[in-house]
Design a protein around this ligand. Structure first.
Ligand code: AMP
Length: 190
């Protein structure tokens, strides 16, 4: 039962690759972004609370996403691929705690790396086909990337220290990145 974090900046393709890996290796895919968008779409009290934060490109509160992930981990006996979580050091610490409580541990954190201009290009490309409001506004895109630099990048150091971090080049085509990812996951799984 392997537990993997897929890490990277907005637009790098975490969602796409997490889905591919979940299917190939029979893992449950937990995306906090998707969970939050579902809460907004359903008009739940939580959704109403987080909508404006997401529209601005702010991170939502740690307690909110940690609560969602706690519920998700409790719901499965399969291995898990985490997508878009953790995004702060506090979330990373909470994940360690939650996994331990469920007699699990983190096996690997894979960071997908790509240059900033490529991230912006991909977010614009996605905006044309998705109806994500945070993909179509320039100021929001810029702010999401700033939030990443300020709050999420320190998570890389957190996992470097624990020896769990593997970085791969995600600047090329989807299939190239996918092959690199599978090479890493194959080593963990076998
Ligand atoms: P994503 O789909 O992962 O790009 O997330 C979309 C938006 O959801 C982000 O810009 C944040 O507003 C919010 N979000 C998703 N995951 C998290 C998280 N782990 N911590 C805080 N906010 C999050």
């Amino acid at each position: 039962m392997k537990n993997i974090v897929l890490f990277g900046a907005p637009g790098v393709g975490k969602g796409t690759h997490a889905l591919l890996l979940a299917e190939k290796y029979d893992l449950d895919h937990f995306s906090t972004g998707e969970m939050l968008r579902q809460e907004v779409a359903d008009g739940t009290p939580l959704g109403l609370r987080v909508k404006s934060l997401m529209d601005r490109g702010d991170l939502v509160g740690d307690d909110v996403v940690i609560g969602l992930i706690d519920k998700a981990i409790t719901s499965t006996d399969k291995g898990i691929i985490f997508d878009g979580f953790p995004r702060t050091v506090q979330q990373a610490q909470a994940l360690d705690f939650l996994l331990k409580r469920h007699q699990r541990r983190l096996d690997c954190v894979i960071s997908i790396d790509a240059p900033r201009e490529e991230l912006v290009r991909r977010i614009h490309e996605r905006a044309a086909v998705s109806n994500r409001s945070d993909d179509s506004d320039e100021a929001t895109i810029r702010h999401r990337l700033e939030e990443y630099e300020e709050k999420t990048r320190p998570v890389v150091d957190y996992y470097k220290v624990s020896g769990l971090l593997v970085s791969i080049d995600g600047s090329g085509q989807i299939n190239q990145t996918s092959m690199r990812l599978c090479k890493v996951v194959d080593q963990i799984i076998h």
